[in-house]
Ligand binder design. Structure first.
Ligand code: RP5
Length: 187
């Protein structure tokens, strides 16, 4: 385990994370604070399940050294998954994956000009050998990446597995209730 002081000295320019746990097991990274509107859907799910996590801005093209330092320290810090969201020519998930064996879950952020199709292609089209598990563009992808991380962690955590099962059951009940709501809709 890398001492926190040492880690901080290796990551000098990463701003204070908006969400943090003393011992995070999931890292939520994004290329810009403008991605937070999307990636907060991941941290909301992780918080709901009580999964210790942290969120940080680590830009692949503006902070490449910080990105590599984060990836190299990830396993030693106890991270079990990294959710990485970026927009445009979105290199962050793939370059993190190139520097760590911790599973990287990529979230394409909707971009201004191509609505995130550029981000999706950049993240999903990893050449053979360094995989990035890629999710849907935008909020749904961020939430699903977090649910996938929960499922990974639930593999050896019976309590978390039960939480996930109950979450799915509530979702099913909410969907079943939708038919009844149709009759009550105005008009
Ligand atoms: C990417 O460029 C970020 O992931 C973000 O989606 C996009 C725009 O960044 P800003 O110009 O808003 O900082 O690196």
């Amino acid at each position: 385990m890398i001492a926190r002081g040492l880690l901080q000295s290796r990551l000098p320019s990463i701003p204070e994370p908006p969400v943090t746990s003393a011992a995070p097991v999931v890292g939520v990274l994004m290329g810009s604070s403008s991605d937070w509107e999307t990636l907060q859907h991941a941290t909301q799910i992780l918080a709901e399940f009580g999964v210790p996590h942290e969120a940080r801005v680590v830009s692949a093209h503006r902070m490449p050294d910080d990105m590599f330092a984060y990836a190299e320290a990830a396993a030693g810090r106890g991270l079990r998954a990294i959710i990485a969201g970026a927009g445009g020519a979105a290199h962050l998930p793939g370059m993190l994956a190139a520097k760590t064996l911790v599973p990287v879950l990529g979230v394409p952020v909707a971009s201004r000009h191509l609505q995130g199709v550029d981000s999706l292609h950049s993240i999903v089209q990893m050449p053979k050998g360094v995989p990035v598990a890629t999710f849907a563009i935008g909020a749904a992808g961020a939430a699903n990446a977090a649910l996938f991380a929960v499922a990974l962690l639930a593999h050896d955590d019976a309590a978390l597995r039960e939480q996930l099962r109950a979450w799915r059951a509530r979702q099913t009940e909410a969907a079943r209730a939708m038919s009844a709501e149709l009759g009550r809709a105005p008009g």
